[in-house]
Design a protein around this ligand. Structure first.
Ligand SMILES: [Zn+2]
Length: 359
C-alpha cells in the first residue's frame, strides 16, 4: 500500500508541479530541433538513439560514425540509459549492468560527441542559461572494499568551453531532480526514499534553502484553480482522474476521467496535458489535449488504421517535442513486434503519420 501511495504522490507531484511551473518546466520540454533546416525528433529506441526525420518520414540511428553498424556496444549511441534534447545538444547517459555509466554531450551542429564524466548513475543533464546541470553518483566503500551506499554530487557543464564543475560541497544521499527555476534560484527535489526533499539554491548550488513540501505552491498562473490527479486502480490496471479545485472554496470538480496514459506538451504558449482514454473513444487510440489554463479539451488525432497506441507517457527527459510535433510509440497490429513504430503528430494541426523503424 505504501508503494501505491508513493506512486500516487509522485504522479500528483509531477502533474501539479508541471502545470504550475509554466515557464521553468515547459521550456525544458520544448525543443524545436531545427538543425541544418531539418525537423528531427529524437527518441531512445531499442537501447539506441534514433532520429525520426519528420520532413522525409524516415528513421535512422543517430550515430555520427559513418562506418559504424550500430550492432555492438562500441556504437556511441547504443546502451542508452537516458536521453534529453536541449536545443542544439543531445545529452545522454550511456550504461547498463554490463558497462559503466558515462554522461555525454552530443553537439548536433558539428556531429561530435563529448564525454562529460564517468559515474555509477546519473540524471540526464538539463540546460539552463546555456549550461547544463546534472547529478551523478559514486560508491562509498568500507575498509573491505564493499559498497556501503551511493552518494550524489551536483555538476554543471558548459557545452561551449567543455568545462565541468562539481558544485556540491558535500555529497547528497539520493538523486536530485531539477524542479523549476527563476532568474536567481533553482528549485530541486532529492529522492531520499521517503517524502521528496525540496530545496532551492542559487545557480552555483550554494545558499541552500529547504522548502516545506506542504508549502509548495501548486496554483496555476492563469486562474483560481489548482489541478489534482487521482489514480484509480481496477483489476490490475490503473487510470487517472483529473480534478480542478477552487482555491477559495475548495470545491472539486472533475475535468477528465479514465486517462490511460499521458504526457505534458505545449501548443505555442499553451501548456497542456496530452492523453488517451478508454472512455471517450472506447479504444484508447484517440489523442486529446487538455489546456491547463482554461481546462478546455480538444481532440487532436486518432491513430491510423492498423496501429494501436502503446503509451502516450514518456519518461521525463527522454523524448520531447520537435516544434509542434510529438512522437508516440505505436504497434502495427499485423506485426509480431510490440511497439514497432513511431506515430508522429502535429499537435497544433492534427496532421499525423507513422514512421516504422526497420532494424
Ligand atoms: Zn553507431
Amino acid at each position: 500500500m505504501k508503494k501505491i501511495i508513493i506512486l500516487i504522490l509522485c504522479i500528483c507531484t509531477i502533474l501539479l508541479s508541471s502545470c504550475n511551473k509554466s515557464k521553468g518546466a515547459s521550456e525544458q520540454t520544448n525543443n524545436g530541433n531545427d538543425i541544418h533546416g531539418e525537423m528531427l525528433y529524437y527518441a531512445t529506441w531499442n537501447d539506441r538513439i534514433v532520429r525520426f526525420d519528420i520532413m522525409n518520414k524516415r528513421a535512422s540511428v543517430a550515430c555520427p560514425d559513418p562506418l559504424c553498424d550500430h550492432k555492438d556496444i562500441d556504437c556511441p549511441v547504443m546502451a542508452i540509459d537516458k536521453l534529453s534534447v536541449q536545443g542544439n545538444y543531445l545529452y545522454f547517459v550511456k550504461g547498463n549492468t554490463n558497462i559503466d555509466f558515462k554522461v555525454y554531450c552530443y553537439d548536433l551542429l558539428n556531429g561530435i560527441i563529448y564525454e562529460i564524466t564517468e559515474c555509477v548513475d546519473s540524471t540526464v543533464p538539463i540546460m539552463i542559461n546555456e549550461k547544463s546541470y546534472f547529478c551523478a553518483a559514486y560508491y562509498e566503500y568500507d575498509d573491505d572494499g564493499n559498497v556501503i551506499r551511493e552518494l550524489w554530487d551536483m555538476y554543471r557543464y558548459n557545452p561551449i568551453t567543455k568545462e565541468l564543475n562539481k558544485l556540491s560541497t558535500d555529497p547528497w544521499p539520493g538523486m536530485i531532480y531539477l524542479d523549476s527555476y527563476d532568474e536567481s534560484r533553482i528549485t530541486w527535489n532529492c529522492d531520499t526514499g521517503g517524502d521528496p526533499l525540496y530545496f532551492s539554491t542559487d545557480y552555483d548550488f550554494m545558499n541552500i534553502l529547504y522548502i516545506d513540501y506542504s508549502d509548495m505552491d501548486f496554483s496555476l498562473d492563469a486562474g483560481d484553480y489548482s489541478i489534482e490527479g487521482q489514480i484509480v486502480w481496477d483489476a490490475g490496471t490503473w487510470s487517472e482522474t483529473l480534478f480542478k479545485v477552487d482555491k477559495t472554496t475548495g470545491e472539486r470538480s472533475m475535468i477528465i476521467d479514465g486517462v490511460a496514459t499521458s504526457r505534458y506538451c505545449e501548443i505555442g504558449d499553451t501548456f497542456g496535458y496530452l492523453y488517451n482514454t478508454y472512455f471517450h473513444s472506447n479504444d484508447g487510440n484517440t489523442l486529446y489535449f487538455l489546456d491547463c489554463s482554461t481546462f478546455s479539451i480538444r481532440k487532436i488525432a486518432t491513430v491510423p488504421d492498423g496501429y494501436s497506441i502503446v503509451d502516450v507517457f514518456v519518461e521525463y527527459g527522454n523524448e520531447m517535442q520537435c516544434g509542434d510535433y510529438v512522437g508516440i510509440r505505436v504497434t502495427n497490429i499485423e506485426s509480431d513486434v510490440y511497439s514497432n513504430s513511431m506515430w508522429i503528430i502535429n499537435i497544433r494541426t492534427g496532421e499525423n503519420f507513422v514512421i516504422s523503424f526497420e532494424e
